[in-house]
Design a protein around this ligand. Structure first.
Ligand code: PLP
Length: 445
C-alpha cells in the first residue's frame, strides 16, 4: 500500500474533507493553525467514519476540534484572519497561544534529562531507576498527531529535544555506565516511522556483551493501528521483522508498546495480519492508552478494547489519565469518573484482560495509580499507590487523598492524613548520573 500523508494545515487536498459541513471546516481551518494534524490514507479510508464524523472517535482523535482551543484563542485567530492580519502578526499570535497551552507538563524538560561526563544528554530521559527513554532523531514525528498527545510541542518545531552528532553512541556509553538499567524504551514521536536501517543501527548496538544488563527493549508506537502496512507491504517491512526476530533470538525481551485508543482501531483485516506478523517474530505486543472524554470514556468501549486485545494476543498494560497539556480541557474527566469506568470495565473481562492497570497519573513524582474510594477514620478518601516513582522506595506504597469529585489531576488532591503529606511533595529529584554522588537516592518512608 502506498503511503499518502496530509499534514499541518493542509486539509483542502484531503478527498474526504467534502463530508465536513461549513462550521466544521471553519473550525478546522482555525484550530489546525495552533494544533497541527497529520493523517495518512489508511486512517482516512479505513478508520474514520465520515458519515458520522462529528461524533466519530477516530475523527476526533486525528483532527483538531473547535472546543479543543479555549474560546478566547479561537476568537483571536478568527479576528486576525477577518482583518487580513499580516503573516508575522498571525505567526506571533499563534506562538503566544501555543506557549500558553503548557507544552511541557510534569517537568519533562527540567528533571528527566541526565548529565553524564558533564554534559546534558540530549535525546535521553531517565526518570526511573530501571528504565531509560531514548528519542532517536529520525523518529521524532508520528503517523498522526493524536489531538490529546502530550508530545505535541515537538510537532510545531519546538527544539527542546536536541541531538548530538552520534546520539546512539552517547546512549550506549550511558547505558554501559548504568548497569542498574534493565529496560530501554525507544520512543518519539514514533520510532517506527524510521526506516529499518536506522533502527538496525540503533538496536543491534544493544546486542554487545557490555549491554547484557539491558534485557528488555520497548518500542512505543502507534504504527500497528495507524499504519499496519509498516509490517506488511512497506519496502523495508521484511527487514524490520527480521530485526525483531534477531533481537528476540539473541535473548532480548522485545515489547511492542502499542498505543491503541479505541477498539475500532483493531477491527480491520490488515491490523490482524500485522499483529500476526509481529507475534511470529517473538515480540510481545502490549497496549496502553489514556481514558479520554469524547473518545473512549465509556465502559462499553473499554470492555470491547480489552476483549479484542486478548483475542488477538495483545497484553493490556497501562490505562492513563490525560496529562495537563494542549487541549486538556476537551479530553479531561474527573479522576473519579476514570476510576468508575476502569472498575466497571474490568469487572466484565476475564483475568487475562485484567492486566490493564490504572487509572494512572504520570506526574512529576511518579506514576500514581488510583485504586479506589473508601471512608477511612471518617474521611472520604481516594486510595492511591505509586506504580513508579523517582524515589524508588515510594514504589508500591499506598497513601490517601481527600476525595474530590471534581479533581482531574494529582495536584488537585490533598493528603487525607498528615502521614501522607510527603507523598505529595516533589522532594529530592534523583540524579542518575554515575558521576554524581547521589545516584540511587534512597529516602526511607
Ligand atoms: C512510564 C514511564 C516509564 C516506564 O515505567 P514502567 O512502569 O516501567 O512501565 C519510564 N520512564 C518514564 C519517564 C515514564 O513516564
Amino acid at each position: 500500500m502506498k503511503y499518502k500523508v496530509y499534514t499541518g494545515h493542509n486539509y483542502k487536498s484531503i478527498p474526504q474533507i467534502k463530508y465536513l459541513d461549513a462550521d466544521s471546516l471553519y473550525a478546522l481551518d482555525i484550530v489546525s493553525r495552533i494544533l497541527p494534524f497529520r493523517v495518512n490514507n489508511y486512517v482516512l479510508d479505513e478508520l474514520i467514519d465520515w458519515q458520522n464524523y462529528a461524533t466519530d472517535p477516530l475523527f476526533i482523535l486525528t483532527f483538531p476540534q473547535q472546543d479543543m482551543l479555549p474560546k478566547v484563542y479561537f476568537q483571536q485567530i478568527a479576528r486576525l484572519l477577518k482583518n487580513n492580519a499580516s503573516k508575522t502578526e498571525l505567526a506571533q499570535q499563534i506562538y503566544r497561544i501555543r506557549m500558553a497551552l503548557n507544552p511541557h507538563p510534569s517537568g519533562q524538560t527540567e528533571y528527566n534529562i541526565p548529565v553524564f561526563n558533564d554534559e546534558y544528554l540530549a535525546g535521553i530521559q531517565h526518570k526511573y531507576n530501571e528504565t531509560v527513554l531514548y528519542f532517536p532523531k529520525q523518529g521524532q514525528t508520528c503517523h498522526s498527531y493524536c489531538t490529546f498527545c502530550f508530545r505535541w510541542a515537538q510537532f510545531i518545531g519546538d527544539k527542546t529535544l536536541k541531538f548530538s552528532a552520534d546520539s546512539e553512541q552517547v546512549l550506549v556509553d550511558y547505558l554501559k555506565a548504568n548497569t542498574q538499567v534493565t529496560d530501554l524504551l525507544i520512543t518519539g514521536g514514533d520510532p517506527l516511522v524510521m526506516k529499518t536501517h536506522h533502527l538496525q543501527n540503533l538496536l543491534e548496538r544493544l546486542l554487545q556483551p557490555e549491554l547484557a544488563h539491558i534485557t528488555t527493549i520497548r518500542i512505543g508506537s502507534k504504527a500497528l493501528t495507524y499504519w499496519p502496512y509498516r509490517f506488511l507491504t512497506d519496502s523495508d517491512a521484511p527487514q524490520l521483522l527480521e530485526l525483531f526476530s534477531k533481537l528476540v533470538q539473541r535473548g532480548k525481551h522485545v515489547a511492542f508498546m502499542a498505543h491503541i485508543n479505541h477498539w475500532r482501531e483493531l477491527s480491520t483485516e490488515v491490523v490482524k495480519q500485522a499483529v500476526t506478523k509481529i507475534k511470529n517474530t517473538g515480540v510481545i505486543i502490549r497496549s496502553q492508552a489514556p481514558i479520554l472524554a469524547n473518545i473512549n470514556n465509556s465502559v462499553d468501549d473499554w470492555i470491547k478494547l480489552w476483549k479484542k486485545q486478548v483475542e488477538l494476543g495483545i497484553v493490556p498494560y497501562y490505562v492513563f489519565v490525560e496529562r495537563d497539556t494542549g487541549a486538556k480541557n476537551y479530553f479531561e474527566l474527573p479522576l473519579f469518573e476514570a476510576l468508575t469506568i476502569y472498575q466497571s470495565s474490568i469487572q466484565n473481562v476475564s483475568g487475562l484482560g485484567r492486566t490493564a492497570r490504572g487509572p494512572i497519573m504520570s506526574a512529576t513524582t511518579g506514576k500514581i495509580e488510583i485504586l479506589g474510594r473508601k471512608t477511612l477514620a471518617g474521611v472520604d478518601c481516594f486510595i492511591l499507590r505509586y506504580m513508579q516513582a523517582r524515589i524508588p522506595s515510594y514504589v508500591g506504597k499506598i497513601f490517601f487523598a481527600k476525595f474530590d469529585g471534581n479533581a482531574t489531576w494529582f495536584d488537585h488532591l490533598e493528603p487525607a492524613f498528615s502521614e501522607d503529606k510527603h507523598f505529595f511533595q516533589n522532594e529530592t529529584i534523583p540524579d542518575f548520573s554515575p558521576n554524581s554522588n547521589n545516584s540511587n537516592v534512597e529516602v526511607s518512608v
